[in-house]
Design a binder for this molecule. Structure first.
Ligand code: MN
Length: 192
């Protein structure tokens, strides 16, 4: 699929002039990136995005990631986003798609740990097969997470793997609300 084609749905849903969101096309350097954006829209959620072959493959996670391996978090697949969206923070005006405030809650690079019968699986294939394991190197969130799709075309679950990044007590999704890029909260942006 052409790079532009992957972002057709993203562009079709938005008036990018009004929303101020990135149109895409800019290349970034460094390793493969992940981001959790905290999006106070009509319903609060965290947008989890993984850089895969030139786009950000995306899920909306209503309650955000948990560091407790016993907790499963619903993740709803959403349209692919352009790479430069990983640094987007702002306020999308009322009446526009996704109206509300967005901050970069956590970001960093990730490594693909997905395998099947001991053999590594490429990210694009892992997404298509509905089973992904990634090691995240963020500021608030570190370690391996599994994302698994519940049946063909179904929703996904995001679960922390039991490793050094697991923590049953720390709850960053509800206690650490500031952007790792700007230090701002959603409330700051709403009042700006
Ligand atoms: Mn969102």
């Amino acid at each position: 699929m052409a790079r532009g084609g992957k972002l057709d749905e993203y562009r079709a849903k938005r008036d990018l002039v009004k929303s101020g969101e990135p149109a895409g096309g800019r290349k970034r350097a460094g390793g493969d990136r992940f981001v959790f954006q905290r999006h106070e829209a009509r319903q609060l959620h965290f947008d989890f995005r993984l850089q895969v072959e030139g786009v950000l493959v995306s899920w909306a996670v209503p309650r955000g990631p948990s560091l407790d391996p016993a907790v499963r978090r619903l993740a709803v697949r959403t349209e692919d986003h352009p790479l430069d969206y990983a640094e987007f923070e702002g306020r999308i005006p009322k009446g526009e798609y996704g109206a509300g405030t967005i901050i970069v809650w956590d970001t960093g690079t990730y490594r693909n740990l997905t395998e099947k019968r001991g053999r590594p699986i490429a990210m694009a294939d892992a997404v298509e097969h509905g089973h992904i394991v990634v090691w995240l190197e963020g500021e608030k969130v570190r370690g391996a997470f599994a994302l698994s799709r519940m049946g063909e075309g179904g929703d996904w679950l995001l679960v922390k793997k039991n490793d050094e990044g697991a923590d049953r007590r720390r709850k960053p999704a509800t206690t650490q609300l500031a952007s790792v890029l700007s230090g701002r909260t959603n409330k700051d942006l709403a009042q700006a």
